[in-house]
Design a binder for this molecule. Structure first.
Ligand SMILES: C[S@@+](CC[C@H](N)C(=O)[O-])C[C@H]1O[C@@H](n2cnc3c(N)ncnc32)[C@H](O)[C@@H]1O
Length: 218
């Protein structure tokens, strides 16, 4: 097991790992492996778009060193759990709209200090802005038509000046008709108009088809 290019992430060959904050416990059926007395969780890029983005060659500082994170579209907490491994000191506010997904997210938070689940829709940041405050990192993975617009509204509400953001753009949730390149260009324009500068872009294939990751800085 060796440190990878990103702080808090490890690799063994092509495979990514994070240090398990809750030794012995799996979150989504991932592999557990122990090396030099430390337990690591396999980070599956087919289950987590963040792992996919890293494997596609994201720069080493793409995540920064956030003390606070706002994560939109947390689902059961697959990627959230790895973020909480990578940044054990951080507070991670995890927004999810589905009560069905929220239940396992709540259960995850019982064993991971700093993880704060919020049952809400990402289109209405004013509902959680006061609780969340200002965050260093905004992460969004919601299958909605207006994904870039939702990201911008949340950045306006909660992202500190100099903060970073990661938008996992699901192209076919925006349109079934127009080409991927057009959808990505429009998303980039929406971000740029809000002074969110795109620093990195990559398609997530073969891990997630019709998805493009965009990294921004304010
Ligand atoms: C692809 S899944 C997220 C997977 C998760 N990010 C991970 O990597 O572990 C998308 C999630 O976004 C949630 N979602 C969709 N629209 C949303 C919205 N407007 N506000 C909050 N959550 C939303 C869905 O309920 C679903 O759980």
């Amino acid at each position: 097991m060796k440190p990878a290019a990103w702080d808090g992430v490890y690799r063994d060959g092509r495979d990514l790992y994070t240090v398990n904050r809750t030794p012995g416990a799996k979150v989504y059926g991932e592999t557990l492996t122990t090396s030099d007395g430390v337990e690591y969780r396999g980070w599956d890029p087919f289950r987590s778009k963040l792992a996919a983005m890293l494997l596609k060659g994201a720069p080493s500082d793409v995540l920064g060193r956030p003390r606070t994170v706002l994560y939109l579209g947390a689902a059961h907490g697959t990627t959230v759990s790895h973020l909480s491994d990578v940044f054990p000191e951080a507070t991670i506010f995890a927004v999810e709209k589905s009560p069905t997904s929220f239940a396992p997210l709540l259960a995850l938070a019982r064993h991971r200090t700093g993880l704060v689940p919020i049952l809400a829709v990402a289109q209405l940041p004013e509902r959680y802005q006061a609780d969340v405050g200002a965050v260093d990192l905004l992460y969004q993975d919601v299958a909605q038509r207006n994904q870039a617009g939702i990201f911008v509204e949340n950045a306006r509400a909660c992202l500190v000046p100099g903060g970073r953001g990661l938008l996992m753009l699901k192209v076919r949730s925006v349109t079934q008709q127009r080409p991927t390149a057009t959808v990505v260009r429009e998303a980039r324009q929406t971000l740029s108009a809000a002074r969110l500068n795109v620093t990195y872009e990559t398609p997530l294939a073969p891990f997630a088809r019709e998805h493009v990751a965009l990294a921004v800085e304010t």
